[in-house]
Unconditional design. Structure first.
Length: 473
């Protein structure tokens, strides 16, 4: 074992106080004497927006694969989130989803659960829990500006800290493990080049979707209320449009609408609900007509899928790991980002239990790439079929796969077995290759066992609540 990792107590530095940064700290806290998180801004004390997270104004959820990983990293945190107001959503029991192939049934046998809440609440509960750990601390108003060490081993970071006045102070922060969780703005490719590590491959696939989001006061109690989603259909000639309503804390609905070039939403509040009526079905617009808007409309254009293939580099230095959006960021319409982060952090924790031994960083980077690859296959595999997408176009094999997945999706509208196989993959609890198992292939061949639904499937109780709201308005 090298001298750099023999001394104790070992020290880890995490770049970024994001969700990825917090979970990275948890992943390694038991193997080091201290973890210091370097955060460029101030961290909010409550469930409030954090500077540098513009995507927080848009809908977020944790897939069941991410929920399970989060619970393993922080036992009891899912209950804490639920007490704080997050919603556990049984899949597909409490989901009203209009896929390109039709309406999914609300099967009463729930196979998975989603967790929905505002991003601010989710971040707050996890941040508060992590920062209570005795070995974890945070240094705010500090920026990592470079790595220490060489191409064989990273030994720390150079940190620039804002002073009391207008000046800044630069210092060296030594560490046995540096984890880059600085997000989409990560400087890691540049820093690796400075260490003599080149040849980094990357991908960027952009459907051009624009997100418009706002909060509403729900007209009905949101406990037990379903997620509502109208998905885009890449087979249609007009620009892709989609939308979703998530029940969140405080009896609110978090609503996001999406549109591709030629059919993009705007910041105009008066145009928000009319845009919802241009989706493939008016169910979202009909529900919003009964609700009270609470916020202005927030817009983002940052919906491209972007990935760095760190795991493919010919060499990788000991003492360095990248996690979260600094490795890969996804089109948020598919709801995979937070779950990929949680599963990557869990993979890092499991490997770190063996100690900060030589080769850990390379093995961890490859393990982190596995949930990234699964989500990448799902998101890019959908986005490449939109006419507006840049960065990659579908080949014959992609089109053949899309036809098969479309057949599966149509079968899932009337087959519990097929719906479960699809949700196993969509929730990151099974690899995409599971969709070609013999039983799934047979289901796709047989097709749906029940006739397709003609419209959204609401329960009698939900319809009664909506009728009551209409009667009062």
């Amino acid at each position: 074992m090298s001298e750099a990792i023999r001394h104790r107590p070992a020290r880890a530095v995490v770049i970024g106080g994001s969700m990825a940064g917090m979970l990275a700290a948890v992943a390694v806290k038991d193997q080091v004497g201290s973890v210091e998180i370097i955060e460029s801004g101030d961290l909010p004390e409550g469930p409030e927006p954090r500077v540098g997270v513009p995507q927080a104004v848009h809908i977020h959820l944790l897939q069941s694969g991410g929920v399970d990983a989060l619970e393993e990293l922080l036992p009891g945190v899912v209950d804490q989130l639920a007490v704080a107001g997050a919603h556990r959503i049984p899949v597909t029991t409490n989901m009203v989803i209009y896929s390109p192939e039709g309406w999914y049934r609300r099967w009463q046998r729930a196979t998975h659960r989603l967790l929905t809440a505002s991003r601010d609440l989710t971040d707050h509960v996890i941040r508060e829990r992590v920062l209570k750990e005795p070995h974890v601390s945070v240094r705010t108003r500090a920026r990592a500006v470079g790595l220490l060490g060489d191409g064989r081993r990273v030994t720390g970071v150079r940190v620039r800290t804002a002073g009391e006045g207008a000046g800044e102070h630069e210092s060296e922060l030594r560490a046995d493990l540096v984890i880059d969780a600085s997000g989409r703005a990560s400087r890691l490719p540049h820093w690796l080049a400075e260490l003599g590590i080149g040849g980094l491959a990357g991908d960027r696939v952009d459907s051009g979707l624009v997100y418009a989001s706002r909060m509403y006061r729900a007209p009905v109690p949101t406990h037990g209320w379903p997620v509502v989603s109208v998905n885009a259909d890449p087979r249609l000639p007009e620009p892709a449009r989609a939308g979703g309503i998530l029940p969140i804390e405080g009896d609110r609905w978090h609503v996001s609408l999406m549109g591709a070039p030629g059919g993009q939403p705007t910041r105009d509040a008066d145009a928000f609900e009319p845009f919802a009526r241009t989706l493939r079905h008016p169910v979202i617009a009909d529900l919003l007509a009964l609700a009270e808007p609470l916020t202005d409309v927030s817009i983002t254009h940052s919906t491209a899928n972007r990935r760095h293939y760190y795991e493919r580099l010919a060499s990788w230095p000991d003492g360095l790991v990248a996690l979260g959006d600094s490795v890969a960021a996804f089109n948020p319409v598919y709801g995979q980002g937070l779950s990929v982060i949680a599963r990557g952090a869990l993979a890092l924790r499991d490997l770190a239990r063996g100690g900060l031994v030589p080769g850990l960083s390379r093995r961890a980077q490859r393990a982190i790439a596995r949930p990234v690859e699964a989500a990448w296959a799902l998101t890019v595999g959908q986005d490449i079929h939109f006419a507006t997408t840049t960065g990659r176009h579908p080949h014959f094999a992609d089109r053949l796969l899309q036809r098969y997945v479309s057949r599966l999706s149509r079968t899932a509208t009337g087959s519990f077995r097929t719906a479960t196989a699809l949700t196993d993959v969509l929730t990151l609890q099974a690899p995409p290759t599971s969709l070609v198992r013999p039983g799934v292939l047979l289901s796709a061949l047989l097709g749906p066992l029940r006739p397709q639904l003609e419209g959204p499937q609401f329960t009698p109780r939900e319809l009664e609540l909506l009728d009551g709201v209409r009667a009062r308005s």
